[in-house]
Design a protein around this ligand. Structure first.
Ligand code: NAD
Length: 423
């Protein structure tokens, strides 16, 4: 398994990073070496070929993955990503992060992740639908409401979850809404799920400000990435009086020290798709966004954005990792040395999987909650997790990333101890 995954000791890739974090947490917690060894490799890796007919009439073959890291605490849970840079190492790293994340917020899942190597921006909606249905059929041998429940991630959305639900259900001959989360509300999705990751980001940002003696409403915020997580984070922070001074997407970045008019920007994006032509700010590069003057930086795009190269120039006092693995280990070390407070991904963006859990519970029971109930329960879980991570951080005198890892890994290891080794 290690050979397939190309693990390079001490490297800066997402998998090297996640494994290094696991080793440090396991050492600190003095975890049984046998359990530690087991947690280093995913339980299952499925690689699938996804042939589809393109609109041109030609057949193109894509590659897809589904990695299930751990089932110690329950069925696997994790998003599906469509991106040209998807690879097995990345998907495995993200599956592992999902395991720790579910444990940090104490929901009864293990971690998984899936992805297809493709560029959806170059595909028609019909091609994306055919790709989704074929990929869903291929991975249907290992997914299911009791086995592994996919959700949206980069470049996937409620419509794509709807197609996965339909494909899975058609093959079984009856409707199975609990096979995915993040689906449209009319198919049994949960109120509040679309913006849940961002709402969770907002809750932990608010709590971090309180912990650091700052106030969110008098802080300036820069957000990298303006998709599901980034755009909803900007809107919710703006609605609560925070000043969003810079935002970016793949097309470029804009900066306005007076505060960007987020409702206007959202209206612009819904018409024009790309952010860079918005008139309400000065155009800057994505690189400049990460280093701009702000109190709080929220990376909400892809992995590996904060590195040893740019970490010395980052001006934010707090970084809230809305994206998964946005900081490399070398970048993280510099941020720590500079006293920048980093709220790690496995806590900061856990709001998405938490409301996915609520959605799964509602789908199984076929009994639905109000948005207020969802948001209140989300706040309670995020607050509890934040408080527990801070307590470990203070008890062990470690940074918040290691404290969150210790909480997550410790819970998974405890479950592993009681389950024992089969056979
Ligand atoms: P998305 O596809 O909706 O949005 C991604 C955004 O990032 C887009 O605006 C894109 O233009 C932008 N982007 C891509 N490359 C960029 C670059 N180099 N510089 C600046 N912007 C860039 O994806 P999403 O669902 O919002 O996910 C964003 C991150 O949050 C990912 O790391 C994902 O794993 C993580 N996450 C998502 C969820 C969820 O519920 N969607 C939950 C937890 C974590």
């Amino acid at each position: 398994m290690k050979k397939i995954l190309k693990i390079s000791e001490g490297g800066q890739g997402p998998l090297d990073m996640v494994l290094t974090q696991l080793d440090i947490a396991a050492q600190k917690l003095k975890i049984d070496p046998d359990i530690h060894e087991k947690l280093k490799t995913p339980q299952r890796i499925l690689i699938v070929s996804v042939p589809i007919r393109m609109d041109s009439g030609k057949v193109k073959v894509f590659t897809g993955y589904r990695v299930q890291h751990s089932m110690e605490r329950g069925p696997c849970k994790g998003g599906i990503r469509y991106h040209p840079q998807v690879d097995l190492n990345e998907i495995t790293a993200l599956a592992m992060l999902m395991t720790w994340k579910c444990a940090v917020v104490n929901i009864p899942y293990g971690g998984a992740k899936g992805g297809v190597v493709c560029d959806p921006s170059q595909m028609s909606i019909y091609e994306i639908e055919r790709l989704t249905r074929r990929y869903a059929s291929e991975i249907s041998i290992i997914i299911g409401p009791d086995k592994d429940i996919p959700a949206p991630d980069v470049n996937t959305n409620p419509q794509i979850m709807g197609w996965i639900l339909d494909t899975y259900s058609m093959n079984l001959g009856h409707s199975v809404p609990s096979v995915v989360t993040g689906k449209p509300i009319c198919l049994g999705g949960s109120k509040g799920r679309l913006e849940a990751t961002a709402r969770g980001v907002f809750f932990v940002t608010e709590q971090t400000c309180a912990y650091k003696g700052m106030s969110l409403s008098s802080s300036s915020v820069a957000i990298q990435g303006f998709g599901n997580v980034g755009s909803h984070s900007a809107r919710i922070i703006h609605e609560h009086g925070g000043k969003v001074v810079a935002v970016s997407d793949v097309s470029g970045a804009i900066h306005n020290p007076e505060g960007i008019d987020i409702p206007k920007l959202l209206a612009h994006i819904s018409q024009n798709k790309a952010l860079k032509d918005f008139a309400g700010g000065r155009v800057i590069s994505n690189k400049q966004l990460l280093e701009c003057n702000c109190d709080i930086l929220i990376p909400a795009a892809l992995e590996g954005q904060i590195t040893e190269e740019n970490a010395p120039r980052i001006k934010a006092k707090i970084i809230v990792e809305a994206a998964n693995a946005p900081t490399t280990p070398a970048g993280d070390k510099i941020l720590n040395e500079r006293g920048i407070f980093v709220v790690p991904d496995i806590l900061a963006n856990a709001g998405g999987v938490t409301v996915s859990y609520f959605e799964w519970v509602q789908s199984i029971q076929e009994y639905f909650w109000s948005e207020e109930e969802v948001n209140n329960k989300l706040r309670a879980i995020m607050t509890q997790a934040f408080t527990e991570v801070i307590a470990l951080m203070e008890q062990y005198h470690v940074d918040m990333r290691l404290a969150a890892m210790m909480l997550g890994v410790g819970r998974v290891a405890e479950a592993g101890k009681y389950r024992g080794l089969w056979p």
